[in-house]
Ligand binder design. Structure first.
Ligand SMILES: Cc1cc2nc3c(=O)[nH]c(=O)nc-3n(C[C@H](O)[C@H](O)[C@H](O)COP(=O)(O)O)c2cc1C
Length: 277
């Protein structure tokens, strides 16, 4: 995968010292199979002597985003549940997906796959299928005797929440409202075949967070959707209808589109509790 061009290499040792896998034999310009393909050797080589999969080397641009800009971007990135009718171009979707190449991955497994759904009929069907499956489940767990067991296993608040979901879902169903996908013109599903190696669930969360913030920088709105991931997890035959393999686990679902609402203020809520020890 990694090739070192002997003619360009000055044996400066930068790649050797930055290689976490200790895979580089610079004297012989070879990389052993200890390599985890993280690409640090490519990134650090000013001589451009190291390449990965013979891919062209892209010079790193100066980082110009200030910490203030980044904080502002985060503050602007609210969960979007009101979308305009404008669709997201395939070119932009492709660009957004490509940002995952910049995200880290545990043990560099990079096993997370994305499925982007933009077909309006499929999006409507997902809403109907997921709402139907969840309503069935909420009705079941809020039946008199089962409800008591759920309350013992969880809490009274949890049971109240589930009962509220039943009412909310039934109302949306009667009114024909899309209370799961909120009419988003695109849905990005992050899924992977289960691997013992790596931390795919965490990778998926990180990749989706990169993508969500990147989307925000294009003026798009996103919203994570736990309901869809949950419903797919409980009913594998559901996910296969949308081209997601049966042996894959859906970790994150992200709705995407142009926001129909604008916010005026930041929200003063709690961040993470933190102790510095
Ligand atoms: C993992 C995850 C799953 C979520 N699932 C849903 C969901 O299924 N439906 C929904 O409307 N919002 C969902 N949200 C959005 C949260 O409700 C939202 O983050 C929270 O209300 C705070 O609002 P904000 O994102 O605008 O700051 C989810 C958020 C996360 C992080």
């Amino acid at each position: 995968m990694i090739t070192i061009d002997k003619n360009k290499c000055t044996k400066c040792q930068k790649c050797v010292n930055d290689c976490t896998a200790h895979a580089i034999d610079i004297e012989n310009a070879v990389v052993s199979d200890l390599c985890i393909a993280c690409g640090h050797c490519v990134a650090i080589c000013a001589q451009r002597a190291v390449t990965m999969d013979n891919k062209p080397i892209v010079e790193l641009q100066p980082q110009t985003i200030t910490s203030h800009d980044f904080r502002t971007l985060c503050a602007h990135t609210r969960s979007c549940r009101h979308f305009t009718k404008q669709t997201v171009s395939e070119e932009l979707l492709q660009k957004l997906v490509e940002i995952t190449a910049q995200a880290p991955s545990a043990s560099n497994v990079r096993g997370v796959e994305l499925t982007v759904i933009t077909n309006p009929d499929l999006l409507k069907k997902i809403n109907t299928d997921v709402a139907g499956a969840l309503l069935k489940m909420f009705r079941l767990v809020t039946r008199p005797i089962i409800k008591q067991i759920v309350q013992i296993l969880t809490s009274k608040q949890q049971v109240i929440k589930l009962q509220n979901y039943v009412a909310k879902f039934e109302k949306a169903q009667q009114e024909g409202k899309q209370n799961i996908t909120f009419g988003a013109p695109a849905l990005i599903v992050f899924h992977a075949k289960h691997e013992k190696l790596g931390m795919l669930e965490t990778d998926a969360s990180i990749w989706a967070s990169y993508l969500s913030l990147y989307a925000s920088s294009f003026g798009l709105g996103t919203c994570f959707n736990g309901f869809i991931s949950n419903a797919f997890g409980k009913n594998k035959s559901l996910q296969t209808q949308y081209g997601i393999p049966q042996n894959h686990k859906v970790y994150i679902t992200l709705m995407l589109g142009y926001p129909a609402v604008k916010y005026a203020n930041e929200v003063s809520r709690d961040g993470a509790m933190c102790s510095i020890v």
